[in-house]
Design a protein around this ligand. Structure first.
Ligand code: G3H
Ligand code: 13P
Ligand code: ZN
Length: 339
């Protein structure tokens, strides 16, 4: 069942975070649904549901143009039929104004992100507000970003790109946005930290105090870049030197401070890369895509199950279902009080 991110955040706020996973192809979609439903293989033991979790499917602009974007919609709708227990949001990741409007008008996305974080504060407000107005008119919810995520080469601690708490409050009030991505020390990709840096919980705490009560925050660039997967890639011919990510043990403390959506893309790519490199290294005579694809779907499902246990979303699915039923099963992001 497709719901809005707002529906999911209401249940999760202050307790756990929802995993927001980027997808690009069929194998990722199948692995993702299986992992969130606590099943890693086809015909898995039906009692294996302890890890069942609500989740967010993220579609980036790059994913939309990888093949025809219509394929993504078709595959996700089919997954919704094949896994009828699933509860998830379909979210545009890092949208421009134009792509947001395309998704809002498509009738498929339940949530969009307008990323105008590279613009001046006033311009970011202006663009976000326009998208919010159009999205809310159709019951779609909006995430926006304030501050800029750092790169490994930048001095993140002293950077003015970390989200300023007072600006966050003003931004939320002036835009009417439903959730806000904040820069608190993470960066996109596999090379996040050069030393022992981590999240800036002090900044996160100040943001949470400055903004409205229970307002959902989002953390981008949250892959943990597990050493084990990087090593597997490098042992199979890869060259990922000095890759490092966010400590998974920081997910739950961040959730307690209002982070309800945690974005993970890079880790899925690492799993894909390791499995395929190892497969063809160990079976050099093989040229069939399906055996490696099957191994990947299983490994990715296991990885998602693990990730959800670190996010605290494991085992929350039935409680989310009940809370949605309690709100009349309606899914509306319009802020009209119809719940
Ligand atoms: O934050 C960006 C995501 O990792 C999406 O990456 O644009 O290469 O699909 P992509
Ligand atoms: P990672 O690169 O850490 O996986 O972050 C993904 C992300 O923020 C997608 O929006
Ligand atoms: Zn991102």
């Amino acid at each position: 069942m497709i719901v809005t991110t707002k529906d999911l955040f209401r249940h999760a706020y202050g307790k756990y975070a929802i995993g927001a996973y980027n997808i690009n192809n069929l194998e990722q979609i199948v692995g993702l649904f299986r992992g969130n439903l606590g099943k890693s293989k086809e015909n898995s033991d039906p009692s294996d549901v302890t890890a069942s979790a609500p989740f967010i499917i993220q579609i980036s602009r790059g994913s939309r143009s990888y093949t025809d974007k219509a394929f993504l919609e078709g595959m996700i709708r089919t997954a919704d039929e094949v896994f009828p227990d699933a509860i998830f949001a379909v979210h545009l990741d890092h949208g421009t104004e134009e792509v947001c409007y395309d998704c809002i008008n498509s009738g498929f996305y339940s949530s969009v992100m307008i990323d105008a974080s590279h613009e001046e504060f006033a311009k970011n407000i202006e663009i976000t507000k326009k998208v919010v107005d159009k999205a809310h008119a159709k019951g779609i919810v909006v995430e926006s970003e304030l501050g800029q995520l750092g790169g490994v080469e930048e001095d993140i601690v002293g950077s003015v790109k970390l989200t300023a708490p007072a600006q966050a409050a003003e931004f939320i009030a002036k835009t009417g946005v439903d959730s806000l991505a904040v820069a608190i020390g993470t960066s996109h990709g596999a090379f996040k930290f050069s030393g022992k840096q981590g999240l800036h919980f002090d900044v996160l705490e100040k943001i949470q105090k400055a903004i409205p009560k229970d307002f959902p925050l989002v953390m981008h660039g949250s892959s943990s870049v597990p050493h084990e997967w990087v090593e597997r890639i490098n042992n199979a011919g890869g060259k990922l030197k000095d890759a490092s990510g966010v400590d998974e043990k920081q997910y739950l403390p961040a959730a307690k401070l209002g982070v309800t959506k945690i974005n993970i893309d890079t880790d899925g790519r690492l799993v894909w890369c390791a499995i395929h490199r190892e497969h063809f290294r160990d079976k050099p005579e093989d040229f069939d895509l399906r055996p490696a694809g099957k191994e990947f779907m299983q490994a990715y499902a296991e990885y998602i199950k693990h990730k959800n246990s670190m996010l605290g979303s494991s085992g929350q699915l039935e409680s989310v279902r009940k809370s949605l039923a309690g709100s009349g099963g309606k899914s509306c992001g319009c802020g009209c009080g119809c719940k």
